[in-house]
Design a protein around this ligand. Sequence first.
Ligand code: CDT
Length: 326
Amino acid sequence: MARRLTVGAAQLGAIQKSEGREIAVARMLALMEEGHRRGVELIVFPELALTTFFPRHWVERIEEADHWYETEMPSAATKPLFDAARRLNMAFHLGYAELVREPDGTGGVRTRRFNTAILVNAEGRIVLKYRKVHLPGHAAFDSARKVQHLEKYYFEVGDLGFPVVKTRLGRREEGVNVGLLICNDRRWPEAWRVLGLQSVELVLVGYNTPSINQEAKGWEAHHLRVFHSHLSVQAGCYQNACWSVAVAKAGIEDGAELFGHSIIVNPQGEIVAMADTWEDQLVTYDIDLDRCRLGRVSIFDFARHRRPEHYGRITSQVGAVEPPMV
Ligand code: CDT
């Protein structure tokens, strides 16, 4: 019997700077209700889903931005999502900014800020947490840019690695192997492979990606932005024989355009469903987890074919070096 799971990619339209969490949460609850009517067992919301993509806004003192972060989960604002998970028997994925206060080892307290995603099961329990590792953009105000991308200012590099859990989702008794990536992570094959090496079957990705690359030193056609996003997820799925639900925040947010195009991808690397608006939109698909098997017993049977003795540079080196002249 096929191992089926009905998943929903819950794309969110723009959330303006002036809009509070209660507006975003109300929209997410409406998508959960719609998902319930359509048989969804797991619904996936984007990166930083509770607020505008605030790393585009500069503040002199980082504490002035602390109101964008969650200090507990669930919080008063997000508790309705956890209640809905129980009421509708639906797991959910949520991206948010996380602020942690912890002992600094010298008797004081240090504040840490992460770009975080969680998987919450249908009992309302957090079963997986991930903190974004690949932080794009810059760490200080850049006067050359029309729109800032200050993730390196607002967040620390995640400290949880790339965990995968086996967890019960939806109507299935046996577990599903789930891993999480956040936005820019999807472009890095190393991140996918670390998940693949833990037999991941389903990778959930939230993203906020601008339609225009302001760092481009040469011309990058707008349609290539979407192509590169899809290419990365499709390659990750194919090369690690897994499914992915990759979900965007879309539309014009505080004057900046995010390209949307949320997708669900199968283990052959094919897009099986895609959002076609810049609005709140739920795209669903009945995935068969057994379709992960083919890649695992053939081309991507890691145990038979990988050659880690030749991959040393992947972990020992960061930037590229020049080859010797011959
Ligand atoms: N949120 C996020 O990671 N966005 C990046 C945009 C990079 S442009 C500085 C992405 O890779 O989609």
